[in-house]
Write a protein that binds this ligand. Structure first.
Ligand SMILES: Cc1cc2nc3c(=O)[nH]c(=O)nc-3n(C[C@H](O)[C@H](O)[C@H](O)COP(=O)(O)O)c2cc1C
Length: 368
């Protein structure tokens, strides 16, 4: 039995796995792409505990919102979790590192959701040795609830400028068990410079920018039709799209107004960052990457519960030729003792409301 990869997962043989309710903040009510938001609106009310857990897991953070997971229900207690290679990101993620991390986020969320329901999810990573069969997960009764579960419905990757204030020391201390937290102003400044330069490299490298633009969903109809990728929605943007001012072509043209607006939005956002969270690993195996995904998910739930916002910014960690110098700098700056820097995120105080649209142009241009 194979499940599809959307925020709604259809079960072959009947039924659909959808996730629990959340706000449609960011989309004006009349423009809400209802179908794309459905997973948050519908509760995980399924008889099968695996389906209930999946209905939460599919809300996991994931690179470029590719939702690369495919689940197979086997027997009465097992899920075989696959990664769909059709959703690879060959330009920005040529070694599928970020997609494997994304699978780790899914696995951990599944485990926490199962425990919330009283089930232990026993995880065997990469059971066949390859990297596309990501895990076998066996459910059995009896598990202690994980308090991080309280953050599931509010967790988001916050793609907004953060407030210009240092994170309270007690909150830094609360987050430190989950990640290396960078608050030292000199180091923060260096990382900021690096993340900005790396963003510019990605946006001005034809192949990597095209990969993102190809994944942009322009307006409500496209978002509903393909509730993955990077969504550009909301009344203001839709008006600009109708006027022909935002198109895939303008997004690719560094001289266009919409491209320049995007640059300004990112410049402001990336610079409005008081701290960073970093995850590193000793090695860089598939298992390391999966484990980092699991840690990132826990970190993101912890930041959510701490009232902080977290925003992955992966450009300087990406492995393609044009990025190589900045990649090396990032590793040297944040990887201790030759460790691999796997995840880097902006950390700070941001808008408290969970933000549903996945693309900062939306909220920012609406206010412009
Ligand atoms: C491995 C990984 C890398 C990511 N890199 C970026 C990034 O570079 N920039 C960004 O804005 N979001 C990044 N994200 C966040 C995703 O865009 C986000 O998880 C996805 O759109 C779903 O949104 P949500 O986390 O708010 O549910 C990354 C997420 C993961 C798991």
């Amino acid at each position: 039995m194979t499940l599809s990869r959307r925020k709604a997962i259809a079960l072959i043989g009947g039924g659909t796995v959808l996730a629990a309710s959340a706000s449609a903040a960011g989309f004006v009510a009349t423009r809400t792409p209802h179908r794309a938001l459905e997973p948050w609106r519908l509760a995980g009310g399924y008889a099968d505990p695996r389906q209930r857990a999946l209905s939460y897991a599919l809300l996991a953070p994931n690179a470029h919102n590719r939702q690369p997971w495919v689940a197979e229900l086997i027997g009465v207690d097992r899920i075989r979790l696959h990664r769909d290679p059709a959703l690879n990101l060959p330009e920005t993620d040529p070694f599928d590192r970020q997609l494997t991390i994304s699978m780790g986020c899914f696995v951990e969320l599944l485990k926490i959701a199962a425990a919330q329901d009283g089930y232990t999810a026993q995880i065997t990573p990469f059971p066949e040795g390859g990297d596309l069969i990501v895990a076998d997960i066996v459910f059995s009764q009896g598990a202690a609830r994980d308090s991080l579960a309280d953050g599931i419905m509010d967790r988001r990757s916050c793609k907004e400028p953060f407030e210009d204030r240092a994170i309270a020391p007690d909150l830094v201390a609360a987050i430190e068990p989950y990640a290396d937290v960078i608050t030292d102003p000199a180091l923060v400044a260096q990382v900021k410079d690096l993340t900005w330069k790396a963003w510019v490299v990605e946006a001005t490298t034809q192949s990597t920018m095209k990969e993102s633009v190809d994944l942009m969903r322009f307006g409500k109809a496209q978002i509903n039709a393909s509730p993955d990728g990077i969504d550009l929605g909301g009344p203001f943007l839709e008006a600009l799209m109708l006027a022909g001012q935002i198109t895939p072509e303008t997004q690719m043209d560094p001289n266009s107004r919409s491209f320049q607006t995007g640059v300004e939005i990112y410049r402001e956002m990336l610079h409005a960052t008081p701290a960073y969270a970093v995850l590193t690993t000793k090695g860089n195996t598939r298992l390391d990457q999966l484990e980092v995904g699991r840690r990132w998910l826990r970190l993101n739930l912890a930041t959510t519960l701490a009232g902080l916002q977290l925003h992955p910014i992966s450009q300087c960690l990406q492995e393609y030729r044009e990025m190589s110098a900045l990649f090396e700098q990032a590793q040297a700056l944040m990887g201790r003792d030759g460790d691999t820097v796997q995840m880097l995120g902006r950390l700070g105080y941001g808008p408290q409301t969970p933000q549903t649209p996945r693309w900062p142009l939306d909220a920012k241009l609406t206010n412009a």
